[in-house]
Design a protein around this ligand. Structure first.
Ligand SMILES: [Zn+2]
Length: 243
């Protein structure tokens, strides 16, 4: 099991770790700041800094086949020769890429607050985010862009908290306020709370205040099927270069 430091602190960009497995260019660590692809959010890239100061590039991060495994996929699989089980490394994520993921991801929560329909698909990358809503109703691109700008400028705090299944059962009003039903079974659920705006179970990484999202716009609304409307988000060029 890899200790998932990004769950409690998404702003952390480095950590010291020990290599626990080296397998075909897929490196496992005892702890990591690298978020593995999941929940619609793309995986992190970055570097592993070796004891002699040299770096090995990580192209992507994925979940492994066994529960709790996180695979750091090397950009050059042959670099695995430079890494040994038991060695200490410093893991450092590509912060520009992660910032884009966190800004887009938090923006998708704001979209959930603006669109009163269930979500049936989601993809968050550094270049765009898309969210599929289960509805036959048309959505207005400009109105959604204006709604996002309003919620960003209102600077709502974004908080993560864990809640026990039993606690959730004791507060049915909490479930009613959520757009997504929480997963059951593990005993506790991770909730992302944008105060007064959106509350939902989510395992991804988010900015700590909606103001950090910056200038995000709806670039496209597509009718993917009779019952699916896809909303695509992008950053304004000025916001991207200022981040
Ligand atoms: Zn989320």
């Amino acid at each position: 099991m890899t200790e998932e430091l990004f769950r409690d602190d998404a702003t952390r960009v480095t950590c010291d770790a020990r290599i626990t497995a080296v397998d075909d260019g897929a490196i496992q660590l005892d702890r990591t700041v690298f978020y593995p692809h999941g929940g619609g959010q793309a995986g992190d890239g970055g570097v592993l800094v070796l004891g002699d100061g040299s770096e090995v590039a990580v192209a992507d991060t994925r979940k492994g086949p066994a529960p709790g495994q996180i695979l750091h996929l090397l950009a050059q699989p042959s670099d695995a020769r430079r890494l040994a089980v038991g060695a200490s490394v410093r893991a450092r994520i590509d912060t520009a890429r992660r910032q884009a993921h966190m800004r887009f991801h938090t923006a998708t929560h704001l979209l959930c607050a603006l669109v009163p329909h269930p979500v049936d698909g989601c993809s968050i990358t550094a270049g765009y985010a898309r969210l599929d809503f289960h509805t036959a109703e048309p959505l207005d691109k400009d109105l959604l862009t204006q709604g996002l700008a309003r919620l960003v400028s209102q600077a709502h705090p974004v908080r993560v908290r864990w809640i026990a299944d039993a606690q959730l059962d004791a507060q049915p009003e909490l479930v009613r306020s959520m757009s997504v039903q929480p997963p059951r079974g593990s005993g506790r659920v991770r909730l992302v709370d944008i105060e007064g705006v959106d509350l939902q179970p989510c395992g991804g990484t988010h900015v700590t205040n909606t103001a950090e999202i910056g200038a995000v716009v709806v670039t496209k609304i597509e009718k993917k099927s009779a019952m699916t409307r896809r909303v695509v988000l992008g950053f304004l060029p000025s916001a991207a270069s200022a981040s």
